[in-house]
Structures are given as structure tokens and as C-alpha cells.
Design a protein. Structure first.
Length: 144
């Protein structure tokens, strides 16, 4: 079981350069932990990058259905108040965008203060570096 940042989950939903690498990682361990707002980040990425078509094989509609199927099997970090408290330290410690800081804060909550031996998967180089600095066992897919 590993924490997956949205940057590593999007390639599981839509085809992109990192998709094959992300699928290989998922085959090795299909237990995903994610932050409760990861769905919003994924949907935002889909709507920003996928062409819109108004017919049955609309790629956005297909991607949204894939997200719904995936969500059923994920363990979600749902403690918004805890993430809000934790993100303050993340922001002070790392130079991350707000969304990435919240992802790392959620992973910290999941790890309950013991990130060593806990997996963290990201395709965002800066976030992966920050998670490694915090002690997570990071799989950085930014170059995959």
C-alpha cells in the first residue's frame, strides 16, 4: 500500500507518456492511498487536457467513468482538518504549490508520523523530492 499523488494517478486514467510506467507500478501493488481531493485534481487535469466531443465515445466521459471505478478501491485520507493543520508545516518546510503541499500533508497523516518504509508515488519531481526529504520511500515517475 502506497500513497499516490494525483500526478501519478492521471496517467492511469488517460493515455500519456507515463501511462505504461504507472500501470507497471500499479500491477506491483494495487492498493492505493490518496487524498480525498485527489479526485478533483484528476478531473481538473482531464478537463484541461482532453478534447471534448459530444458523442458516446467522448474521451472525457470515459475518463470520468474510469475515475469513478478507481475511487471505489482507493483508501482515502479524509481528515480535512488534519490536512489543514499539517499543511502549515509542509509549506514552511518545502517550496511547494498549495495543492502539492496538501497532497504531502495528507500522506503525512496517513503515515501517522512514521513515513519511513511508507511508499509515496508521484510524477512531480519537486513533490517527490519533498516527500523523500520527509522520509517516505519515494518512487519518482517524473522521468518515466
Amino acid at each position: 500500500m502506497r500513497f499516490w499523488d494525483s500526478s501519478a494517478l492521471v496517467p492511469l486514467i488517460v493515455i500519456e507518456a507515463r501511462s505504461a510506467a504507472c500501470r507497471r507500478v500499479l500491477r506491483d501493488d494495487n492498493e492505493i492511498v490518496a487524498w480525498m481531493f485527489t479526485e478533483a485534481e484528476i478531473l481538473s487535469a482531464i478537463h484541461r487536457t482532453q478534447p471534448t466531443k459530444q458523442h458516446d465515445d467522448d474521451p472525457i466521459a470515459k475518463a470520468e467513468r474510469r475515475v469513478e471505478r478507481f475511487l471505489r478501491s482507493w483508501e482515502l485520507v479524509v481528515d480535512a482538518t488534519g490536512v489543514q493543520r499539517e499543511v502549515r508545516d509542509v509549506i514552511r518546510t518545502h517550496s511547494l504549490r498549495a495543492g502539492d503541499a496538501m497532497q504531502l500533508a495528507a500522506a503525512r497523516l496517513w503515515a501517522r508520523g512514521y513515513p519511513k518504509g511508507r511508499g509515496f508515488i508521484s510524477a512531480d519531481r519537486l513533490l517527490a523530492r519533498a516527500a523523500a526529504s520527509d522520509g517516505f520511500d519515494v518512487l519518482d515517475l517524473s522521468r518515466a
